[in-house]
Design a binder for this molecule. Structure first.
Ligand code: NAD
Length: 296
């Protein structure tokens, strides 16, 4: 793993801890001001081990900053109607500030239908069309945690995207598209290109990037030849690659071949220890926003 004390590394550990510390002190001020602690309700369907681990991590993160949580763990054979009923109950429950439905859902449930059913004022993931629409219009309420975390990383690292050619590789609704909107806002003022699996000559785009964001889910596929000298490189990818020397039999790598790219990049985020940690911290920030919204 790279040494996080090196100045070219954008250290997600330190930056995300700073976000958590801020959220924790804001919650302390909030509760000492006679408000109850923020309350997050998580919904988990089925027994996907990765999802279970994510939800456990979110519960732990929340507890550390003073957010209360509950988790509804539904069986894998839960119907779409059954899940919708739970979502409607949580929407109507005044003690619930934020609702998080852990994705992916089981095959018999349409994710879009569930996302659309969550009360947009409790949608701490920021996936509801109303929240995505507000983001696109430039007055966001909840920003999806990964792109939000990337923007926070940039600002806390004194990297100003204004005037930069920003190239995002990946056009998903949870990373690429919302990030493109955030970078386009008048608060960021980057010039944005979004590439995807059908982009012709990807490297021609990435080589122009002052700010390169890799969010394609392809292990180490951005190499040094695809990166401009002096670029800022944000690696969103989290990919498992087999590694018999690792205890778990695999290790996590990003979308960027960090050994090859790091000598060319001015700044780069590591995997692990980068964007993933910021994503976790921003969910906490969104939950505090939810509590404030509920109280108004
Ligand atoms: P996705 O599968 O929904 O989207 C991937 C995107 O990459 C698609 O738009 C596709 O067109 C594009 N793509 C795929 N292969 C490509 C290629 N060879 N060239 C160019 N574009 C290509 O994925 P997602 O949910 O946006 O996640 C992307 C990656 O980021 C995954 O590795 C995921 O695990 C990771 N991720 C990390 C965090 C975090 O907190 N760090 C959060 C979300 C996702």
């Amino acid at each position: 793993m790279p040494d996080s004390s090196e100045s070219d590394l954008i250290d997600g550990r330190t930056l995300s801890q700073a976000v958590r510390d801020d959220v924790q002190s804001e919650i302390e001020a909030w509760t000492s001001d006679d408000h109850r602690p923020p309350f997050l309700s998580a919904v988990l369907v089925g027994d996907n081990p990765a999802s279970e681990a994510y939800v456990r991590g979110k519960e732990k993160d929340a507890a550390e900053v003073g957010i209360e949580t509950e988790t509804h763990h539904l069986d894998a054979d839960t119907s779409q109607e059954g899940l919708l009923d739970l979502v409607y109950d949580l929407n109507a429950d005044p003690s619930v500030d934020g609702i998080l439905v852990q994705l992916p859902l089981t095959d018999n449930i349409n994710e879009q239908t569930i996302i659309d059913a969550v009360d947009p004022s409790k949608d701490v993931d920021g996936f509801h069309p109303e929240n995505l629409g507000r983001l696109m219009r430039g007055n966001p309420r909840y920003i999806p945690a990964t792109p939000y975390g990337i923007m926070e990383m940039l600002s806390r690292s004194d990297i100003d995207p204004e005037g930069m050619d920003a190239v995002i590789v990946g056009r998903s609704n949870i990373v690429g598209k919302p990030l493109a909107n955030l970078l386009l806002r008048r608060t960021a003022n980057a010039t944005v290109t979004v590439c995807h699996s059908r982009t012709r000559d990807l490297a021609a785009h990435t080589r122009r990037a002052d700010l390169l964001v890799a969010a394609a889910g392809q292990a180490a596929f951005i190499d040094g030849t695809m990166v401009k000298e002096g670029a800022v490189v944000i690696d969103v990818g989290i990919n498992r690659v087999e590694d018999s020397s690792a205890d778990r039999g695999y290790r996590l790598v990003g979308d960027v071949d960090s050994e090859d790219v790091r000598p060319r990049a001015a700044r780069i985020t590591p995997v692990p220890g980068g964007v993933g940690l910021m994503t976790r911290a921003m969910l906490l920030k969104n939950t505090l926003t939810a509590a404030r919204l509920r109280a108004t």
